[in-house]
Design a binder for this molecule. Structure first.
Ligand code: GDP
Ligand code: IMO
Ligand code: MG
Length: 424
């Protein structure tokens, strides 16, 4: 019973999609609680690869219900494309995919504003995925937004036009940007039919009824805790609460319903877009990690910046989320190294070592203290249980558990569904 949560502890792309898919069969409902098509969650099984942006990663598991929660922002054009992928793969989704009526809609003019705002920022741009996320959440908190439930009201078009003209006024302030609004609107209105044909529900009642029936819910996060609008590397963040507290707002469940919080971290660190990244590597090693790990964005195809694991940062996000178990992914990417590093401390302005992240992370060239560890430097292809792990890998996991004061429950050694080692 209750809600378990899966979320990313870094800057996104930790492998949330894979782990949700792996664990989904233990649940009755998988529910996305925030973010939108800025997310790209990759699943690999039976020689096939799927990338989901809006649809929860439980959709490929037969008989399992999936909910796009009220905290998610939906672009009907992206959603329609994702549904087409399900149709092509002959996935029976119709009775298993629900959409919360209180989820906000991303309009074409939100995307226009996203592009215009980024262009106007110049060198200081966030590196947004340009999916309209920021402007849509701004309209939500500014009390101007349009929601899925509004699509069924007779005055929808009127409300749409009103919001669009507000956006066009704002866009003038930012300056011109290359965006074919008319063409995008035509696609948008056509894709609305696909969205309206889905089962649109009062998500908060639905989730609570499921829980009251004694069933199990898995809440799927998007982005990562360091992109959280309150606690991430502001302003280089996304516009939603990506941490555990976002589950309550994004699904309509009370805090005491939350059980396990499964935090996912790569065995190293990546970031896509702008913003501080204290353990970033600018040398061959960074490139090696990028190549071995296939570190290119699942949504935008942009190369991901790569660096060493940042232990103070993980300690911070474990604290913020109340993580009860840790999942370490992409451990296989470190197979190539005879030794590798991790950051144990941040160096403060007076030169002392700190286990905490400073407030002004974005304003300074932050130095970190790095420690070396011996690598296992061998393939993990045949390793399926903890006792088959090379001693150096076991030592590394023990070290992290000690440093982070958190149990590692799962280690992931490849992108495929079956490349998984359960630690207990
Ligand atoms: P998400 O946004 O957190 O779901 O992660 P993404 O799908 O954006 O990026 C994770 C990438 O790593 C995808 O290409 C996955 O297929 C891949 N991946 C996930 N787990 C592993 C792993 O343990 N090892 C390797 N080599 N790749 C993995
Ligand atoms: P998943 O769910 C990695 C980053 C963008 C940019 C910043 C703001 O796949 O882990 P936005 O489009 O939200 O305005 O962009 O956040 N970003 C992500 N980085 N993974 C994601 O999602 C991301 N979603 C947004 O690159 O730096
Ligand atoms: Mg991703």
């Amino acid at each position: 019973m209750g809600v378990d949560v899966i979320l990313g502890l870094q800057w996104g792309d930790e492998g949330k999609g894979k782990i949700v898919d792996v664990l989904a069969n233990n649940y009755d409902l998988v529910a996305r609680f925030q973010g939108g098509p800025n997310a790209g969650h990759t699943l690999k099984f039976d020689g096939k690869k799927f990338v989901l942006h809006t649809i929860p990663s439980g959709i490929f598991r037969e008989g399992l219900m999936n909910l796009i929660g009220n905290g998610v922002v939906i672009d009907p054009i992206t959603l329609e494309k994702e549904i087409q992928i399900l149709i092509d793969a002959q996935v029976d989704y119709k009775d298993r995919l629900l959409v919360a009526k209180k989820a906000h809609l991303i309009l074409p003019s939100h995307r226009l504003l996203d592009a215009a705002s980024e262009k106007a920022k110049g060198k200081e741009k966030i590196g947004s995925t340009l999916k309209g996320i920021g402007p849509t959440y701004m309209d939500k908190t500014g009390r101007n937004g349009l929601r899925v439930g509004d699509l069924f009201e007779s005055d929808f078009k009127e409300k749409y036009n009103k919001l669009k003209s507000k956006h066009l006024g704002l866009a003038e302030l930012y300056g011109a940007v290359d965006f074919d609004l008319e063409a995008e609107e035509a696609k948008w209105f056509s894709s609305l039919e696909t969205l309206k044909a889905l089962n649109c529900v009062d998500g908060e009642y639905y989730v609570n009824e499921v829980l009251n029936e004694g069933k199990k819910v898995l809440a799927e996060g998007a982005q990562g805790s360091m992109l959280d609008v309150d606690f991430g590397t502001y302003p280089y963040v996304t516009s939603s609460n990506t941490i555990t507290s976002g589950v309550c707002n994004g699904l309509g469940v009370a805090p005491q319903r939350i059980n396990e919080v499964i935090g996912i971290s790569k065995a190293y660190c990546t970031r896509v877009g702008g913003g501080p990244f204290p353990t970033e590597l600018f040398d061959d090693i960074g490139e090696q990690i990028q190549r071995e790990g296939g570190e290119f964005g699942a949504t935008t195809g942009r190369p991901r910046r790569c660096g060493w694991l940042d232990v103070p940062q993980l300690r911070y996000t474990i604290m913020l989320n109340g993580v009860t178990q840790l999942v370490l992914t992409k451990v296989d990417v470190l197979n190539i190294f005879e030794s590798f590093k991790y950051a144990s401390h941040y160096v403060t302005k007076d030169g002392s070592l700190s286990k905490q992240l400073p407030f002004d992370l974005c304003n300074s060239d932050q130095q970190v203290q790095l420690e070396s560890v011996a690598g296992w430097n061998q393939s993990l292809e045949e390793v399926t249980t903890p006792d088959q792990m090379p001693a150096a890998l076991k030592d590394y996991l023990n070290l992290l558990e000690k440093e982070l004061d958190c149990k590692i429950s799962i280690v992931s050694t490849g992108p495929e569904r079956d490349k998984i080692i359960y630690m207990q």
